[in-house]
Design a binder for this molecule. Structure first.
Ligand code: GDP
Ligand code: IMO
Ligand code: MG
Length: 427
């Protein structure tokens, strides 16, 4: 079957966790390649809910091995807590089940502090609405070449020296701009030491692991976090996250070659949501938005914030298709649309008097577009227990076919509820 890449096609929270969990049956290894614990991936197994922020969503399947790739930013405290939470459920995550790249950048306490200070310091409309987890500041240090990497855990003296260097500029900001106490390297080291020592056995060379997997004809699932329109280059900049979320960052974020990618699955929620600030052309602030928010239980899995909701936007999805090159689509949360008389799909935008089919490229231009909608009939029936495409109401089938036609990509997986079992496979 080959290797699989799973990415979000919208602004995150498309239901990637659920789909990764299901697809894990078909692979041997699951690897995260970007983002950090800004992600919140929810799985429901036998009625029990699990939310993963750092550990790949394949971990619930015994005998599968999970990797955290170099492209991830890793908060050691959060990872240890996630391991402890799973231990309470008798799921033991030792170094045979989870391996971390020595090149993975580490989120330090000063990254979290900087993230929060910055957001607080910004005025209303400039606030990004970050998750406050230190994601941006950690990636900044990586690019500025003053980042701490997991491999540095092996030498505490070296680690302390690196923290000292990283704090030089930050302490000026903390003291003079954000009116905080300056931070001390020895105190930071003491704070993170217990987690550093616990994680040491998990460190390895993920590039080598993936090479071995290839030689043994084993298959790998690359688990994306966030969504295409939160991508640092291709998303709605500056209202984006700080990593590349598109499928092509899977090889760079893990240390493998582009030739390793066979199936690329774009996860598309049957409507659109966004958490945090930024433009959202099809947002519905009235009754429809409420309906989707309530029916879809649209609360952030990481921060608990209410998600903004609106109709499906195939303009941004068309962009996602060219950015990711999906071989198939997994359409999720279709059940949430049940009960609506009419369902709208945004097929194009009006922008500066013209009809356009791809998002304009200029910063903030997405705030100036007017969506053009196609209206389809809705369906009343509860579809959450349906197991076959042919049993779906004809209006539901037509909605799926309309999406396939507009995007030119087959919808091969349809999710009609949060549970593993509430999934329809085509073919
Ligand atoms: P992710 O970040 O892409 O993994 O998505 P989240 O876990 O943040 O958000 C998706 C939410 O929708 C979770 O609460 C899931 O349990 C839930 N979910 C996933 N698929 C479906 C579905 O088909 N129907 C419904 N009703 N809920 C779903
Ligand atoms: P999953 O993997 C939805 C959003 C934040 C904010 C912006 C920047 O669960 O789909 P950051 O903390 O990354 O600097 O915040 O990105 N964001 C997400 N939105 N799902 C996510 O992850 C997200 N991760 C970050 O809300 O608007
Ligand atoms: Mg999420």
């Amino acid at each position: 079957m080959g290797n699989i890449v799973v990415i979000g096609a919208q602004w995150g929270d498309e239901g990637k966790g659920k789909i990764v969990d299901i697809l894990t049956e078909q692979v041997d290894f699951i690897v995260r390649f970007q983002g950090g614990n800004n992600a919140g991936h929810t799985l429901v197994v036998n009625g029990k809910k699990f939310i993963f922020h750092l550990i790949p969503s394949g971990i619930l399947h015994a005998k599968r091995v999970c990797f955290i790739g170099n492209g991830v930013v890793l908060d050691p405290e959060v990872l240890c807590k996630e391991i402890d939470t799973l231990a309470k459920e008798n799921i033991i995550i030792d170094q045979n089940r989870l391996k971390i790249s020595k090149k993975t950048h580490v989120i330090m306490p000063y990254h979290r502090l900087l993230d929060r200070c910055r957001e607080q310091h910004k005025s209303g409309q400039d606030k990004i609405g970050t998750t406050g987890r230190g994601i941006g500041p950690c990636y900044e240090d990586k690019m500025a070449r003053v980042g701490i990497r997991a491999g540095d855990f092996q030498d505490l003296n070296f680690l302390k020296q690196k923290i000292e260097k990283a704090l030089i500029e930050k302490n000026i900001l903390f003291q003079h701009l954000y009116k905080q106490k300056p931070l001390r390297a020895d105190e930071i080291l003491e704070q993170i030491k217990p987690y550093v020592q616990r994680l040491l056995p998990y460190l390895t060379d993920i590039s080598e692991e993936l090479e071995n997997a290839r030689k043994q004809n084993k298959t790998v699932l690359f688990e994306g976090a966030q969504g295409t329109h939160l991508d640092i280059d291709h998303g709605t900049y500056p209202f984006v996250t700080s990593s590349n979320t598109v499928a092509s960052s899977a090889p760079t974020g893990t240390g493998t070659s582009c030739r390793e990618l066979t199936r690329i699955i774009a996860i598309v929620k049957a409507y659109t949501t966004r958490v945090g600030s930024g433009p959202f052309p099809t947002e519905e602030q009235g009754e429809i938005g409420e309906y989707l928010q309530t029916n879809g239980a649209e609360f952030g899995a990481t921060t608990g914030r209410k998600r903004r909701c609106g109709w499906l936007d195939t303009v941004i999805l068309r962009d996602s298709v060219r950015l990711n090159g999906p071989t198939e689509i997994a359409l999720t949360k279709l059940d949430v649309l049940s009960g609506l008389k009419e369902i709208k799909i945004c097929t194009a935008y009006k922008y500066k008097g013209k009809t356009i089919y791809y998002p304009p490229q200029e910063e903030n231009s997405l705030t100036q577009v007017t969506p053009i909608y196609q209206t389809l009939p809705g369906w009343e029936k509860d579809i959450s227990k349906i197991k076959q495409f042919s049993q779906l109401p004809s209006a539901t089938q037509n909605y799926i076919k309309a999406i396939e036609q507009i995007l030119g990509i087959p919808v091969k997986i349809i999710s009609v509820g949060p549970d593993r079992t509430q999934t329809i496979f085509r073919d």
